[in-house]
Design a protein around this ligand. Sequence first.
Ligand code: RIB
Length: 381
Amino acid sequence: MLCLCLVAFVLKREAHANILVVGSANIDTFLPVERLPAEGENLMVQGLPTDNVPGGKGCTQAIAAAKLHHGRVFFMGQFGYDGKVLIDTLLQSSVDCSLSNTHQDIPSGRGYVFLTSSGQVSAVVSGGSNQLGWKLWKYAWEQRQTNPSLLAQIFEQIRSTQCTCIMLQQEVPSHVNEIMAAFRQSHSVFLIQDAGGADREIPLHVLSSLDFIMPNESELDRLLKRYNVDMSSASVVDKARQLITLGAKHVIITQGSKGATSVSSSGEVLHQASLRTTQAVDETGAGDCFRAAFVSALLQRRSLQQCLQYGCAAGACAVETKGAVPSIPTRPAVEARLHELLKQPVGKSHDDTSNELNEPSSSPNDGETAHVLPTADPVAV
Ligand code: RIB
C-alpha cells in the first residue's frame, strides 16, 4: 500500500513538474500575401495587416506549456518599453514572469509574418530587447572565471523555479543558451532546444548537453550547413543521424503536414503522421505548440511515441487559427484531437503525405507510460 502511494505521489509530482522557458517574446504583425515575394520584388499586402499579436517562440512556448501542462510555467525573458501586451498575455495565461525584465530604453522584439492564402508562413524578426536586453547575462558569462558569483546568482534564480525542464530557442543571444547548457552540466533537468530563430551554429558543447534538439526540416538543413555538412538530398533521418554524430542525443524533427520524426542516439527512429483534419489557416506557432505539448507528455513519462502524438495533436489544432499565441489550443481540444487519432489505424492520418516512415516502430497504446528516455532523471532541481 505504502509502495503504491509512493508511486502515485512520484507520478503526480512529475505530471505537475515545473517548466522554465528562457527566450524571446515578440509583438507580431501579420502581412497577408498571395505568395512570398521573389528576390528584388515588391509585393502588395492583401487587405490590411494584423498588428500587435503576441508571439515570439519563447512566449508562445511558455503560454502553450501553461495551457497544456499541469505544473507551473516560468518565463525568463527581456521585454522592451512596449512589452505590456506581452506581459499581460503571459500573466493572463498564469505564466510566472517574475524572473523577466523590462527595459525602458529599447523596443520589444517584433515578428513580421508573411502569411500566404494556403496558411504557409515565413517571418523576419527584429530582435529588440530579446537581443539587447541580456547584458547582465553576457557579463556574467564572460566573467564566469574571475567573478563566478554573477553566474551563481543566475543559477540560483533558475533553481528557484524548481523546474524539471528548461526550454530554449534561438531568438536570444547564444551566451544565454550557453549559460543554460552550463547549468545543465550540474543539474538534473531536461534541456530542450528549439532550433528556430537565428541562423547560427549551436556550439558542439551546447549541442551535446541538450537532451532534445528540435528543428523543423529547413532548420535541420541550415544547422548542418553551419557545421559544413551539406546533405540536402539525404533523408531527414540521415540528417538527424549526422547531428547525432556531432553530439546530439536526440533529434525531433517537426515536419508540418508530414508529422514529426524522432531519431535517438540509441538508433531508434519513430515517426508520427500529422493529425490535421481541416485546412491549415496559419502555421505560425504550430511548432511552439508541438514542443510545449511534447514536453508536457515527456514530463508525464509518456512513451516517446505518445509524446510525438500529443505534440502533433497540439500542432494540428494550432494551424486552424491565425496568430502564434491566439492559436494555442486548450488541453481538452488537444485531447479530443488525440482521441480522433487513436481511433485511426496507427501512423496514418487523413492527409498523410509522409514518405519514408509511415509506420511507427513501436505501437502506441492509450494510457501507456514507459520508456522515457534521456540521461537526466526528471527530478526537480
Ligand atoms: O514561432 C512563431 C514565432 O516565430 C512568431 O510569433 C514570430 O514572432 C517568430 O518569432
